[in-house]
Write a protein that binds this ligand. Sequence first.
Ligand code: ADP
Ligand code: MG
Length: 374
Amino acid sequence: MSVRVVARIRPLLKHELDKDTIVTAESTSDDSTKGTPTIVRIPNPKTDSESFSFQFSSVYEQEATQQELFDAEISPTVKHLFNGFDLSIFAHGCTGTGKTHTMRGGKTLADRGVIPRLLSAIYRRCKKVEKDSVGATKVEVTLEYFEIYCDRVYDLFEPPEKRTQSGLPIRDSAKGKTVVVGLTEKPCATLKEFEQLYDQANVNRSTSATKLNAHSSRSHAVLCVKITQTTEDTIRVSRASCIDLAGSEDNRRTDNNKERLVESSAINKSLFVLAQCVDAINKKQARIPYRESKMTRILSLGQNSGLTVMILNLAPTRAYHLDTLASLNFASRTKKIEVAEVENDPIYRAMTKPLAATSSIGGATITRQPLRPL
Ligand code: ADP
Ligand code: MG
């Protein structure tokens, strides 16, 4: 069981081109051998002379393409999926940072996100498995697609008018698994079929969001791909879950009507439990608190020895400063605070020595040291 937490900094959008980039990627000396940076640096909002740096498994910079991200992070997991392991891929971050772009992506081939690329890789592998076994193994792919809004589950394969306000019930099965009762499971044999189903469901998502007065950024969208490999005497089932999470911004700061507060607390709770699960899995703790939110419970996160990839999406500009810092704090357990050298100030530079002091903010150990020259 393992979790990779990677960060992805999106490029400046058209209307941001005159804005400063305050979130940057940086390589450690170890990284130069691997080629991908692992550090995200951001100024301290309270004082520009300090910056925070956070370490990840990998950091993708503004120029990183959909293909680069997929090839490095997701493609290697497909063989594990066919070996019977589960896979969960999360896009985490504030609204407007590129979660949907990362997961779904744009219309062109180059712009396709993680989900269509994963499905494409799965169907390719299905063909290979069937061919290599000379027809002795049959592989079936089925899909479930739902959203979790205010802890209620809605089927995205159902047209919005068939939805009930209370959503679908969830129950524990005899085998101890959590199931969503009444969720549509669609057999889906080809990539073409997938694209049609997925596009239609995404239309359902946006229209039902308007109907329920919920913006899609306030729900978690979960696509589950179930792969069943059947031979004469074995059945092997594995699942890939791809989750476009609700925006992690603090809604209370801007909008505090009652409905928003209910939404915010549901979002905050589930993202908090998710972070705790990721942490517990990484620390190989026996108890993973997956039952404490509906989302992690439905995913049985950490229960099936599987792989988890969390992609933390970040916007590079100052407009997102506090929310970016909050999501970095959330997603990374390794943080450093560094005192920046003042440029063109030789006296200050000569005086700067590493300070021995360490302290703790938000559970992270903080080492004060001078900023390394970039
Ligand atoms: P979120 O789902 O986190 O709210 P979106 O995926 O909708 O964010 O992204 C916000 C905007 O930024 C969209 O217009 C999207 O096309 C653009 N965007 C995000 N990431 C990238 C990227 N890597 N390259 C180009 N445009 C991007
Ligand atoms: Mg989105």
